[in-house]
Design a protein around this ligand. Structure first.
Ligand code: ADP
Length: 459
């Protein structure tokens, strides 16, 4: 069994099975065997099942939210927000299942007709991370099921309990075995099974760029298509014409969500020279008021890092910055609460060579850089191998347009710190991966286009 620990106090929350190879193989077999019948179901029937799953979870939100807090460490209000966010995908794709439209194309010959239909790609697999134990799963499986695919999921070892609870709710409303399968155990072995089995036609992965590259190269042998949502290094640019209050609110909300353990978390704050000092002072004032602690307290608190490795990474990035002469404006050390809690931290005076300018921090650390001109900050914002999201605050319309075009990211967010909702295409470019999740674009990842020529129809 895999022990699941509460990162806030180290206590065991529960256990998940460490499945053997033969158990994993049997689950893959069920996923493949269920595909023909599931894909032939009327779209309305698939839609109704997703809707029932949505309603079943909606009626039991508190139990899901509390479990998320216990295995992930985020605070209860954020866990509720995650449940709502994740439910949004089930609701959205329950509706979208009925709208997988095709095309007709004017034919090149008089006695023929051309149609284009979209068919489900087949049995699919997914591997998900621990930072959104609920939403990462619903975002993938709701899309797959709506399209007519079956799916087998391997959730993160840190947070498998929410995943199994989602599966249980799915079974209760009649989503059958095989259509939705779940496996836990050795991630490397399971990933290798997913990528080597040619019956599995698609793998959706959210996690680190390093693991994404491993899976993508293994998939090269089987030509398994992929959706990859990988690491980020988001710039958050504040121009001197910005609404400063709004920028501060956006900065704090986006950075401290899930204690900074989010792939779209702002990693580099670029603040214009003219407002830099004022921004830092106001930011410090706000962040110093934020409480740190066990997420079961209902109000907003910054929770622990997920595990020791996550904590050590944050601590060493801050130590490296300090050693290179950066100014620690706030925090900069382990929190007095002990364990895996790290103080919300503000670091300034950094240059672009700092380790934390190149690395995804994944912790509650605001790294603030100065800039002078628009061209300069665009170049610096883009000087990263990643391209998931870029944020900017400005009230200049022309500049907004220029930024939306120039920033190299799958998502450009202007004058807001909030990115995700079911109706938008979430995803990155460059080393942040490819493919999109959410919106009507998301379902395209789970369908094949089939061109049908009907000829000899008479004139
Ligand atoms: P993180 O640092 O956020 O945990 P990972 O990429 O290590 O990011 O983990 C994301 C998911 O990928 C988890 O479900 C994890 O179990 C899985 N994973 C880790 N290593 C491998 C691997 N070699 N093959 C397949 N999946 C893996």
């Amino acid at each position: 069994m895999i022990d699941v620990l509460n990162p806030a106090n180290g206590q065991t929350v529960g256990q998940a099975p460490a499945m053997s190879v033969s158990e994993v193989n049997a689950a893959i077999d069920r996923t493949c065997a269920a595909f023909p019948a599931w894909s032939r179901q009327l779209a309305k029937a698939r839609s109704d099942l997703l809707r029932r799953w949505f309603e079943r979870i909606r009626d039991d939100k508190a139990a899901f939210a509390e479990l998320i807090v216990k295995e992930n460490g985020k605070c209860l209000s954020e866990a509720y927000a995650e449940v709502d966010y994740g439910l949004g995908f089930i609701e959205w794709y329950a509706e979208e299942a009925k709208r997988v439209y095709g095309d007709t194309i004017p034919s090149h010959a008089a006695d023929s007709a051309i149609t284009v239909v979209k068919e489900p790609v087949g049995p699919t697999a997914a591997i998900t991370p621990w930072n959104f134990p609920f939403m990462m799963i619903t975002r993938k499986i709701a899309t797959a099921l709506a399209a007519g695919c079956t799916m087998i999921i391997k959730p993160a070892e840190e947070t498998p309990l929410t995943a199994y609870k989602l599966l249980e709710a799915a079974r209760e409303v009649g989503i059958p075995e095989g259509v939705f399968e779940m496996v836990t155990g050795d991630p490397k072995a399971i990933g290798a099974r997913f990528t080597s089995d040619t019956r599995i036609r698609k793998l959706s992965f959210t996690g680190s760029t390093a693991v994404g590259r491993l899976l993508a190269s293994a998939s090269g042998q089987t030509l398994t298509r992929m959706t990859l949502e990988l690491g980020g290094n988001a710039p958050f640019i504040v121009f001197d014409d910005a609404d400063l209050e709004a920028a501060l609110e956006g900065a704090v909300g986006a950075k401290l969500r899930n204690s900074g353990q989010v792939c779209i978390s702002p990693n580099r704050f670029y603040v214009h020279d003219a407002i830099h000092d004022r921004f830092i002072e106001a930011l410090a004032e706000r962040v110093s008021r934020v409480e740190v602690g066990d997420g079961m307290r209902d109000d907003f608190v910054v929770g622990p890092m997920i595990n020791r490795a996550g904590f050590d990474k944050v601590a060493s990035l801050v130590d490296e910055a300090r050693a290179h002469g950066a100014r620690i404006v706030l925090g900069g050390q382990a929190h007095a609460a002990g364990g895996l809690f790290y103080e919300p931290t503000i670091v300034s005076g950094l240059d672009d060579d700092a380790e934390m300018a190149r690395t995804e921090i994944f912790g509650p650390v605001f790294a603030v850089y100065r800039f002078d001109t628009e061209d300069e900050v665009i170049a610096r914002a883009n000087a990263t191998e990643y391209g998931l999201v870029a944020y900017a605050y400005t009230r200049d319309l022309g500049r907004s347009l220029r930024l939306s075009r120039a920033l190299e990211a799958g998502m450009v967010i202007l004058n807001s710190g909030s990115v995700g909702t079911a109706s938008v295409p979430f995803g990155g470019i460059k080393q942040s991966g490819y493919g999109r999740e959410g919106s009507y674009y998301g379902i395209e990842e789970y369908v094949d286009v089939k061109y049908v020529l009907m000829s000899g129809l008479g004139r």
